[in-house]
Design a protein around this ligand. Structure first.
Ligand code: FAD
Length: 378
């Protein structure tokens, strides 16, 4: 029997491998990754400074250790080039592997916006361990960091860098941080708390050019302002990696399209994690990936299992003003906000007061579990 082949050694790929192994101790399993295939916790990348960790300490197992743990072949530095879904063959550069079932756990690419200037190519992005190592090397001995993007990842990096003593300037076309996740009153609290630890905001504008100066970099903003910095980090969002699937003729939309069984449009090809669009939703967070991996492991082991999402709150790692968000599946209602000096509880309600999501800031974060329990599985 040909092996089950998983492409990707991130949270999605390794979790499905681990869960599958619990069910099928002897089946042949191969994990293919174009990176070094070490196992690490990606969420740590945006609070590693505060945790006193560098890239080397964030990795918790090498490819060889993972191969032993999973009783699998782990092929590091192996880029999947094409898939023949009719012949069930994966092409890796010169090598070909036959598969019985194939799992796409390819992750997502950081979005880059076009920026002018002779230092535009120096803008950094962090979406994996290697990117984090480059970022840490770049900020070593430097003082001023400009961050593009005030979403979840941008705010987390801003807090981590400010707490470590860096001067941080954040640029975002939106009027406030975490604009897509928090109602205005809650976002305003996060904004004020990060300001209090030294973060400077530039809302309602975007970086148009990054140029070298004698002492570092100059970022020209669309509103005419200029910022001096040593390093520019872009955190403006991710785009699911769909190219390999597209080339193989699989259905893609925002991500690789799957049903509730994580089944793509091709037989015996599945997708999960940041690359996947499961029944119309791209959910690039840890909890949905864990749910998807557990369901898919059962399907791969012969018991077709749909993924069912419980309430999945995401903790925003901004210790200056902790926040928790559980976005509603659809924006078909309105926020009801309860606030006091210590925090904000925002409940997203649809018709007849039905709770479909929530956002908590500050002391209200203690309500996370109670509210998550009040939400129905989706
Ligand atoms: C800084 C940061 C902080 C975060 N914090 C949180 C948090 O606090 N809470 C939360 O819920 N979520 C958080 N997230 C999101 C979460 O970490 C991701 O959703 C998750 O790690 C994605 O895992 P993945 O396996 O889908 O993708 P990835 O980890 O990107 O893995 C993709 C894998 O596919 C491989 N690959 C891609 N293309 C090919 C190819 N053609 N051939 C071979 N291999 C290939 C790559 O090498 C890689 O091994 C954070 C994300 C970031 C960037």
């Amino acid at each position: 029997m040909d092996p089950i082949v998983i492409i990707g050694s991130g949270l999605a790929g390794y979790t499905v491998a681990r869960e599958f192994r619990k069910l099928e101790p002897a089946a042949s399993l191969v994990v293919v990754s174009r990176d070094e295939a070490s196992s690490y916790s990606k969420p740590m990348l945006s609070n590693a400074l505060a945790a006193g960790k560098g890239a080397a300490q964030i990795a918790n197992a090498t490819a060889a250790q993972m191969a032993e743990q999973l009783k699998a072949r782990v092929l590091a530095g192996a880029e999947a080039a094409s898939i023949d879904t009719a012949g069930r063959v994966l092409q890796l550069g010169g090598d070909a592997i036959r598969y019985s079932k194939l799992v796409l756990a390819l992750g997502a690419d950081p979005i880059s916006v076009p920026i002018d200037g002779d230092a535009a190519a120096d803008v950094l992005q962090v979406n994996d361990l290697a990117g984090y190592a480059r970022f840490r090397a770049a900020i070593e001995g430097r003082k001023r960091i400009a961050l593009l993007g005030a979403g979840l990842i941008g705010c987390e990096f801003a807090n981590d860098l400010a707490a470590a003593g860096y001067g941080v300037e954040v640029i975002d076309p939106a009027p406030r941080p975490l604009g897509r996740l928090l109602p205005e009153v809650a976002a305003t609290r996060v904004r004020a708390a990060l300001e209090a630890v030294g973060v400077r905001w530039h809302f309602g504008t975007a970086a148009s050019a990054v140029s070298r100066t004698a002492s570092g970099l100059r970022i020209a903003l669309a509103n005419g302002d200029e910022i001096e910095a040593d390093v520019v980090l872009s955190a403006i969002g991710l785009r699911p990696r769909t190219q390999l699937a597209q080339r193989a003729g699989l259905k893609t939309s925002r991500g690789i399209v799957t049903d509730r069984f994580l089944q793509t449009s091709a037989p015996e090809v599945y997708a999960l994690g940041d690359c996947a669009e499961v029944e119309g939703r791209v959910l690039p967070f840890v909890m949905p990936i864990m749910q998807a991996a557990r369901a898919l492991a059962r399907t791969l082991a012969g018991a077709p299992t749909p993924v069912i999402y419980p309430a999945m709150p995401v903790v925003v790692k901004t210790p200056a003003m902790p926040a928790v968000v559980c976005p509603p599946p659809a924006m078909a209602g309105a926020w009801r906000v309860i606030e006091d000096a210590a925090g904000v509880e925002a409940l997203y309600e649809e018709e007849a007061g039905r709770l479909t999501g929530f956002a908590l800031v500050g002391a209200a974060c203690v309500r996370k579990n109670a509210l998550a329990n009040a939400l129905q599985p989706d």
